[in-house]
Design a binder for this molecule. Structure first.
Ligand SMILES: [Zn+2]
Length: 245
């Protein structure tokens, strides 16, 4: 019998997941990682999907739903936008998300966030949103956002589960453990609100230019690594009873 990837993963690298219930009682901040055209919109650039991708479109859909709930309730949202200067390439990736192009803008369904008062937009020119939040004076936009809003839980969605999401989550957890992020208690990764790209191994075998990156496997490994660093993984996010509409 040939084991399916999903069975193998479930058996060998199980990732226990939970339900997160949002409410006014626990201040929760939503972090959107790089839900920009250059990574999510078909044909939008070197690192964009070449055809419709179920995992990526599902991630965008879930993120849009959550962003709507957070905006309706005026709960804090921080959106990272991968944005590069054309003269500063990001090794090992090909040019992507150059400043001033559509690639580095939020996907159309999220563009309204730029006008919302509860949303902080942070352009970053590196993989890790925590490092990308450092200002020239040494302050950190993400750390300040957590402190100013007295955030106890951050809920992380976006792309890629095993790259930008994982690096940010792992760094945030280290910073929390060192006491830099009070009053933050939990970092929650919403599994259906995350996605990664797909380069199947058979494609990589016939093309020396690319490295294999099977989507289902790498998404799962991203979640597994995040959990290993101390993140909680949620497979569903519900909105609990609260006073505001
Ligand atoms: Zn980048």
């Amino acid at each position: 019998m040939v084991l399916q990837t999903s069975d193998l993963l479930k058996n060998e690298l199980p990732v226990e997941q939970e339900t997160l219930v949002l409410s006014d009682d626990v201040v929760t901040g939503l972090v959107l990682v790089d839900i920009v055209n250059g990574f999510c919109t078909v044909g939008a650039g070197n690192l964009a999907p070449k055809e419709t991708d179920k995992q990526i479109s599902g991630m965008v859909e879930e993120s849009v739903k959550l962003a709507k709930v957070f905006c309706e309730n005026k709960w804090p949202v921080l959106a990272f936008l991968d944005s590069h200067h054309p003269d500063k390439p990001e090794h090992p990736y090909p040019p992507h998300c150059l400043i001033g192009t559509e690639e580095s803008e939020l996907v159309p369904a999220l563009q309204r966030l730029e006008k919302e008062t509860n949303v902080t937009i942070r352009r970053k020119d590196c993989i890790n949103g925590f490092l990308g939040s450092i200002e020239k004076d040494g302050s950190n936009v993400f750390v300040d956002w957590v402190g100013t809003n007295k955030i106890k839980v951050i809920l992380v969605v976006g792309i890629c589960t095993d790259i930008c999401v994982l690096d940010f989550v792992a760094t945030a957890l280290s910073a929390r453990n060192r006491g830099f992020l009070a009053p933050l208690e939990d970092v929650v990764v919403y599994s259906r609100g995350c996605a990664t790209y797909d380069i199947p191994s058979h494609v990589a075998k016939s093309n020396n230019e690319v490295v294999a990156h099977p989507q289902e496997l790498m998404h799962h490994i991203g979640l597994y690594m995040a959990k290993g660093r101390g993140a909680k993984i949620a497979w569903e996010v519900l909105v609990g009873p609260h006073e505001k509409p």
